[in-house]
Ligand binder design. Structure first.
Ligand code: ADP
Length: 363
């Protein structure tokens, strides 16, 4: 049968195991010889026992687990052509010319490049005598499918990425827990959540909890944000509220592109309002824990499977259209930059619809 390999790469996310399981079992069902590539691209470059055949039971008892049982890594070697050449050799030697990559934007970018280079890599292997003409012919096409595993929901052309829903569950649970203690002591809490380029987690968490304010990368607060923030918090307290919650995405910026950090926000609140203010950085807790039912299902859905083929480019265009439709706003400059690092379309839509009602700065 066809040789098919699955690997997870880049930052892990909940639901990756469910995706690995679905790929392995579907592959076996379709008569493929299925392989795991361990430790992402590093395992592909290093070969040997990083590439092992998988069977039906290799993926038993993993659907409920967070993270990825086959390991994930960031790999410098694969960024260079010699690394990709080694990777190609390892695949061809095993007759693997179908790849399923589960990862974020970086991993899918690498996959796209690999596919573009495939023919020339095989030519190089052939001319240096590392593979036979028969092997070259047999593996002349590389088929790649990509599943987007990322808690950030930061990929264009997708509605939800695998892991986002679970991360949100974790985040809102933490915020809800903070709310009860903040209430008792009349405190203000600043919650830092993940999202370097994409504020989806922050904005949805803000919409679904007691949050009063949110800072995200896509929509730097207009005007004097410090004053606006303090006015809003004061207003809330004057109306009898015993606590304030401020959510800061780790990539939040001001109008000049300067980072807005949790520390900075705390200083503003303390200096101006003298509120008892604490910071909670959720950190990697957001990426851990069991995947939600939604993420398990998402990871198994067949429609996830052809995302890969488009990877970038085309899906980017489609997202731009979606973006215009949803927001009726002018897309931010970076949306036109290097292949859609974030899915602003959806995020901006949420802001647009949600913000006025919630009184958040993001409007
Ligand atoms: P994520 O997939 O979560 O966005 P990274 O951006 O760290 O994570 O990418 C994961 C890996 O994908 C990198 O360590 C590298 O091996 C590979 N990769 C990323 N970008 C490229 C690229 N432009 N060319 C080749 N490989 C890349």
């Amino acid at each position: 049968g066809k040789g098919l390999a699955v690997f997870t790469s880049g930052g892990d996310s909940q639901g990756m195991n469910a995706a690995v399981r679905a790929v392995v079992r579907m592959g076996i069902y379709l008569g493929c010889k299925v392989y795991f590539i361990k430790e992402g691209y590093q395992g592909m470059v290093d070969g040997e026992d990083n590439i092992v055949e998988a069977n039906w039971s290799s993926v038993s008892c993993i659907i409920h687990k967070g993270g990825t049982i086959i390991g994930s890594a960031r790999c410098q070697d694969f960024r260079e052509r010699p690394g990709r050449l080694k990777a190609a050799k390892n695949l061809v030697d095993r007759g693997i010319n179908h790849l399923v990559v589960i990862g974020g934007d970086g991993s899918l970018t690498g996959a796209d490049l690999f596919r573009q280079e495939w023919s020339s890599l095989l030519d190089e292997l052939l001319s240096s005598g590392q593979i036979t003409p028969e092997l070259r012919e047999k593996n002349k096409n590389l088929q790649i499918v990509g599943l987007v595993g990322s808690i950030d929901n930061d990929f264009c052309g997708t509605d939800m990425t695998i892991g986002t829903d679970s991360a949100l569950h974790r985040i809102i649970e933490a915020i809800d827990a903070i709310v009860s203690t903040a209430y008792s002591h009349q405190r203000t809490f600043i919650m830092e959540v993940m999202g370097r380029h994409c504020g989806y987690l922050a904005i949805v968490a803000a919409l679904t909890t007691e949050a009063d304010y949110v800072f995200i990368p896509e929509s730097p607060p207009p005007g004097d944000w410090k004053k606006r923030l303090c006015d809003k918090l004061e207003q809330e307290r004057a109306a009898g509220q015993r606590l304030n919650i401020i959510i800061v995405a780790e990539g939040a910026i001001d109008r000049n592109g300067v980072a807005i950090t949790a520390e900075q926000v705390k200083k503003v609140v303390v200096d101006n309002l003298h509120q008892d203010t604490r910071i909670t950085v959720l950190g990697h807790v957001q990426r851990g824990g069991n995947p939600s039912a939604f993420d398990r299902v998402l990871a198994m859905e067949e429609k996830q499977w052809d995302k890969a083929v488009e990877l970038r480019g085309k899906s980017f265009q489609r997202n731009l259209e979606t973006y215009k439709l949803l927001t009726r706003l002018k897309p931010p400059k970076e949306f036109f930059g290097d292949g859609a690092k974030v899915k602003e379309g959806y995020v901006m839509a949420v802001i647009h619809i949600g913000a006025p009602a919630c009184g958040m700065n993001a409007a």
